[in-house]
Ligand binder design. Sequence first.
Ligand code: MRU
Length: 326
Amino acid sequence: MASADVPPTIAWAGDRIRLIDQRRLPAELVVVEATTVEELCEYIATLAVRGAPAIGVAGAMGVALAVVRGEDPAAAGERLRATRPTAVNLGWGVDRALGAADPVAEAQRLAVDDVERNRAIGRHGAPLFASGANVLTHCNTGALATVGWGTALGVLRAAHEAGTRLHVWIDETRPVLQGARLTAWECERLGIPATLVADVMAAALMRAGRVDAAIVGADRITANGDVANKIGTYAVAVACHHHGIPFYVAAPRSTFDHTLPTGDAIEIERRSPDEVTTIAGVRIAPEGIAAENWAFDVTPAELVTAWITEDGVFRTPPGPDVAPAP
Ligand code: MRU
């Protein structure tokens, strides 16, 4: 994606926040504005802006917005935090802005920092992939899930730009189709060879020898290395384990939550059943059928081959202050 023709996923604009409305992609690339904290909360809750690092920066910018509007930043922080419970980055961004002497400057600093960290994740992760590799990914972890560049897809982008010949299998990622709508759009723009598949095809592809590695992002990684990520990630990890395929997780250190011992303690967001009974607003299930919609699942640490961060590649889960082995 040439940065020249795609605006940042989210940006501070003096007294408002500009963000790409991801609900409308890939049909149209539209930038919308949040001028109030309530508007921003609505954008986060309805996935106009989404992806753990992006909503982390949104949280910080929301606090900044409250400050410039003369509202109580702490109350704004609570409203923002309540929009989505699973991604630790959201509360982290809110807290960073609340704890800063100048929340507006801090929010902008976090936005710049996000892109730098993602590029570092890409630099560390890219050498893990050999030329000719077929790599499966789930959900969207590209520039759209961050302020820019991306985490897991950012690793594949870094490898691609370094000349590694990769082919990406994109899981469509039901129910909201972040893979089909967003990752496919980003791969197209970046010129990364990619093929879209239904989520349920992943294990069969592995059995057929068509997947060399999988890489995903994370919404929260607990002290023991358990990973909360988009629903369906666990199934990919289990299938990788069964077939002896490396399963990588790429995330900034802000996604690690060392206050929770294991993934069992992670609150999993429950979203509207309507996302399951419909596709793109069209009802596909009979009226009256019950539906469950867990937005995330937890992959146990033992299924993770390595955690790729801006500080390097960890083969065991990093503690709060741990640097990777050289
Ligand atoms: O519900 P979403 O679209 O916000 O879920 C996003 C994911 O699960 C991503 O994999 C995760 O946030 C990492 S994004 C770099």
